[in-house]
Design a protein around this ligand. Structure first.
Ligand code: ADP
Length: 153
């Protein structure tokens, strides 16, 4: 059976921290679906199309990675894609506290779905999409926080 994982998030924008999680997941799964959320509560800074285009640029040529838009429950997206693993990244204990609550809720909704957490590379643990957005909005250079293949203008 193919080992598949769904890596859901806002990716507003995708950062080196997210890329570090994908990199660590590549040897563990046959296929990784990066699921870019149309968030119903958060207004995104970057459009859904832009967020998807950037991630597709980063993983162009990598047959193991698929990028998809999704709305609604992550567990429903997983079932639709015949996947029972949700992949999430952890930077610190605060992430763990927040992420473990979501994982418990998801497992209550669909017990067949397991969440797998990976720790980011320590050098990326301070990278946060919301800070990257603030720097960008204020005219700062965010290139050191995002993959080389992404150009934010
Ligand atoms: P969401 O809005 O669903 O939290 P994000 O795009 O902020 O989506 O994050 C997606 C996933 O990536 C989450 O599991 C988050 O903890 C993780 N993540 C975010 N930034 C980093 C980072 N610098 N290193 C590792 N994981 C990260």
């Amino acid at each position: 059976m193919k080992r598949k994982a769904v890596f859901p998030g806002s990716f507003d924008p995708f950062t080196l921290g997210h890329a570090s999680i994908v990199q660590k997941a590549i040897p563990l799964f046959d296929e990784i679906i990066i699921a870019v959320g149309k968030n119903s509560t958060k207004q995104s800074t970057f459009s859904l199309d832009q967020r998807i285009d950037w991630i597709e640029e980063v993983y162009a040529g990598s047959s193991q990675i698929r990028v998809e838009a999704f709305a609604g429950l992550t567990v429903d997206f997983c079932l639709l894609n015949e996947c029972n693993i949700i992949l999430r990244g952890l930077r610190n204990p605060n992430d763990f506290q927040y992420e473990s609550a979501i994982a418990h809720m998801n497992s209550a909704l669909k017990p067949s779905i397991e969440t797998v957490f990976l720790l980011c590379d320590p050098s990326y643990s301070a990278i946060n999409s919301s800070i990257v957005r603030e720097i960008f909005k204020n005219g700062g250079d965010v290139s050191q926080f995002i993959p080389d293949k992404m150009t934010i203008k």
